[in-house]
Design a protein around this ligand. Structure first.
Ligand SMILES: Nc1ncnc2c1ncn2[C@@H]1O[C@H](COP(=O)(O)OP(=O)(O)OP(=O)(O)O)[C@@H](O)[C@H]1O
Length: 245
């Protein structure tokens, strides 16, 4: 369970996250949606203790998640797949993470197999494609077999087979009773994946409900989830192509 209460973060005069209150429950895939710049990444960084809130709090399993030793046993996260040391091999990268988190070395081979990177385990990460780096990031998140998993835009760079694989993986993790929180700026990605949605716009909460409840906002019309999302966020857009605001 992830619980945010009145969570607020400012960057200078920008309010990135604005009194956000929501809950992410175990046993579900919860999509975290909002237009570009709406505060999703900032919220995830606050959950993981990588930034401090200016107001409010966010807890994971009832505790503020700070700089915990062996944190990977509690929460696995993929925030920025490209933020890894390019000179290391995939295997060495995961082995270092396993060592610093007190995890058995055998987990490295298990997660490499899980994400389909066993054949390139000895190659330098610097030569990996974005999709391969995403797979490696998923492997790192899974390393500690944690009850809570957080993924920021995990579909970036994945091919069709990769997207199908990630969807199946997230479903399995949720069915195992884990809390799975997945951010995206694309409702189309979430429509086939999430059970629940947390939607924000300009840092503020717009929806925290099941996909069925969200769809019902479209009323009797045959509005797609994407239509409902576009309507809900229409006046909370910071960036819109074509110059109109
Ligand atoms: N380190 C920072 N310094 C200054 N402003 C920041 C910083 N990080 C984020 N912001 C601002 O905070 C707001 C929220 O950004 P954030 O990256 O959290 O949004 P996002 O929803 O993840 O966006 P996207 O979907 O485009 O990745 C934006 O206005 C952004 O410019």
């Amino acid at each position: 369970m992830i619980e945010a209460q009145e969570l607020t973060k400012h960057y200078g005069r920008t309010t990135a996250v604005d009194h956000l209150t929501f809950a992410v429950r175990p046993g579900h895939v919860t999509g975290f949606l909002g237009p570009n710049g709406s505060g999703k990444s900032t919220t995830l960084r606050l959950i993981l203790g990588l930034n401090r809130p200016d107001h409010g709090r966010v807890t994971v399993a009832g505790q503020v998640f700070g700089e915990h030793r062996r944190g990977l046993r509690r929460v696995g996260a993929l925030l920025d797949a490209t933020g890894v040391h390019g000179g290391r091999s995939a295997r060495d990268h995961l082995a270092a993470l396993a060592w610093s988190n007190g995890l058995p070395r055998g987990r490295v081979a298990e997660v490499l197999a899980e994400v389909g990177l066993e054949n390139v385990a000895r190659r330098r990460i610097g030569g990996f494609s974005l999709g391969m780096k995403q797979r490696l990031g998923v492997a790192a998140a899974l390393l500690g077999d944690p009850p809570v998993l957080i993924f920021d835009e995990p579909f970036n760079g994945l091919d069709v087979a990769g997207i199908a694989w990630v969807r199946g993986l997230f479903r399995r993790l949720a069915d195992e009773g884990r809390t799975v929180f997945v951010s995206s700026h694309l409702m189309s990605e979430m429509a086939q994946l999430a059970d629940r949605l947390v939607v924000i716009g300009r840092g503020m909460l717009l929806a925290d409900e099941s996909v069925a409840e969200f769809a019902a906002r479209g009323g009797a019309s045959s509005a797609s989830l994407e239509d409902v999302f576009m309507k809900l966020t229409a006046d909370r857009l910071d960036y819109r192509a074509g110059g109109a605001k």
